[in-house]
Design a protein around this ligand. Structure first.
Ligand code: PLP
Length: 476
């Protein structure tokens, strides 16, 4: 018997990289373990996970929305409504009864595409958001947005010469899925000098380069609001992008999981691509992704999300259905989470007051942290940081001196990874180096989340580390 070794496995898997849970995150876990030893000599007393948008993670302070959890609790164990008759508000009990009548036990497989009743509720949510019809039969509930993205990429990559246009910097799910399915990433650069906006010319340049290289671009990925940049697209850019997809016969993959994370709603509003495509009566095939992991729901571990297909033929929808049915169904608890996301309590209902208070507090905390952190980072020598209007992150640029770059080289690390490892070693703060998302050659960044409590102490540590670094290696 030959031992099972990596070289005998699917070679595509070797190329998969996912920095958000990469070297830094692995080291952070090891340090967390080390801290449990009372004799540890670490210069900090806690590890701060600023590497991943996981709002309810231990150590962070975002609480779950009570309404979502109460509905979930009654779905898990319907007896609870009788055993604790005064605990659950009337609208929660009603919601759970309604869902139980549609779903039955959450321990049973559901329809592979997702519970039809919940899909109808998703369609109503989209219609109310955008003012255009949505077809529940073209909506697929998923175990988080990631599963949908990976499935669509798998379906679209029809040859090793097929590529997908992805923003740089990007959320590494895209490069990881492309590597897994042997597709070619076709990077287009976002413009940091204008709040990480998307330039049509840079997408056109990427299409042209692909064609020159003999690669067929199949789809354009847009992450709006952006990860890691937090950028929000304006309507005219969205329209131009839709037209660009028409011109080059591209499928538009619109990752809109942060649509409810808006920190400057007076000036920066979200418009879905579904609305833009509908307004323009564009024939482009559009897939829009949403998730319960982000927004104010933050239910990352529950694994729930959906994607909606527009301008897809029934034949293609049937093929997607065939593929999702191989996995039987998305987690029913995640589907119930999606139902709560798209049907929050309304004014006049018993849960509304608390829901409003909880969601407003989360929005306010995120907006104020994002702003304070970017302001303070911008005051550091050699650091510039766009004050993100959306999502959960900042992506500051750090100028690194020749001495710092040489030290990184001797350590066998990319300069930004070297910086991030130093930050982790000295402060316990875990961020992700920009190289994990892609960045312009010769530039260095890191991504940190805006989810950590105690901003003063937290940013204070970042500032001290950076100033010490500049003292050690000099200004760039
Ligand atoms: C842009 C973007 N898309 C998709 C996802 C996947 O989220 P989930 O699979 O938890 O829904 C994430 C997670 O961080 C993300 O940032």
């Amino acid at each position: 018997m030959r031992p099972l070794d990596v070289d005998s496995l699917n070679p595509a898997l070797k190329n998969v990289e996912y920095a958000v849970r990469g070297e830094l995150a692995i080291k952070a876990e090891a340090l967390r373990e080390e801290l449990k030893n009372p004799d540890n000599r670490l210069p900090f007393d806690k590890v701060i996970s600023s590497n991943i948008g996981n709002p309810q993670q231990k150590g962070l302070d975002q609480p779950p929305i009570t309404f979502t959890r109460q509905v979930a609790a009654l779905m898990e164990w319907p007896e609870l409504a009788k055993l604790a008759p005064n605990v659950f508000p009337e609208d929660v009990v009603q919601r759970a009864h309604e869902l139980q009548a549609e779903i039955g036990s959450i321990g049973a497989y559901s329809h592979s595409q997702g519970v039809p009743f919940i899909r109808k509720n998703v369609a109503k949510f989209i219609e109310e958001r955008d003012g255009y019809p949505s077809n529940p039969n073209h909506i697929f509930l998923t175990a988080g947005a990631s599963v949908g993205v990976s499935l669509l990429i798998n379906m679209l990559i029809n040859s090793p010469k097929a590529g997908i246009l992805i923003p740089i910097p990007q959320y590494p799910l895209y490069t990881a899925s492309l590597a897994q399915h042997s597709g070619v990433p076709l990077p287009y650069l976002l413009d940091e000098s204008s709040e990480w906006s998307t330039s049509i010319q840079s997408v056109e340049d990427a299409v042209k380069k692909a064609q020159d290289d003999g690669i067929t671009p199949r789809a354009l990925v847009i992450i709006n609001p952006g990860n890691p940049t937090g950028a929000l697209l304006d309507a005219s850019t969205q329209e131009a992008l839709v037209k660009l997809c028409e011109k080059h016969s591209l499928v538009l993959l619109a990752d809109e999981v942060y649509q409810n994370n808006l920190h400057k709603p007076e000036t920066h509003t979200f418009t879905s691509f579904k609305k833009v495509v509908s307004q323009l009566k564009s024939p482009i095939p559009l897939v829009s992704f949403h998730s319960i992991s982000k927004g104010v729901s933050g239910e990352c571990g529950r694994r729930g999300g959906y994607f909606e297909c527009d301008n897809f033929s029934e034949e293609v929808i049937a093929l997607i259905y065939k593929m999702v049915s191989v996995g039987l169904c998305p987690p029913v608890s995640g589907q119930i989470g999606v139902d709560s996301l798209v049907r929050p309590p309304k004014p006049g209902q018993a849960s509304y007051g608390l829901w409003l208070k909880e969601t407003s507090a989360i929005h306010e905390a995120l907006a104020s942290r994002t702003h304070t952190m970017s302001e303070r980072l911008n005051n550091l020598p050699g650091v510039s940081c766009v004050d993100s209007p959306g999502a959960l992150y900042l992506f500051p640029q750090i100028k690194l001196s020749k001495a710092a770059q040489d030290a990184a080289k001797s350590a066998g690390k990319a300069p930004d990874a070297f910086y991030a490892l130093g930050l982790l070693d000295e402060t316990g703060i875990c961020v992700v180096p920009g190289s994990g998302f892609g960045q312009k050659e010769g530039e260095w960044h890191y991504r940190l989340t805006c989810l950590c409590p105690g901003v003063d102490e937290y940013v204070g540590k970042l500032e001290k580390f950076h100033r010490d670094w500049v003292e050690k290696y000099g200004e760039a």
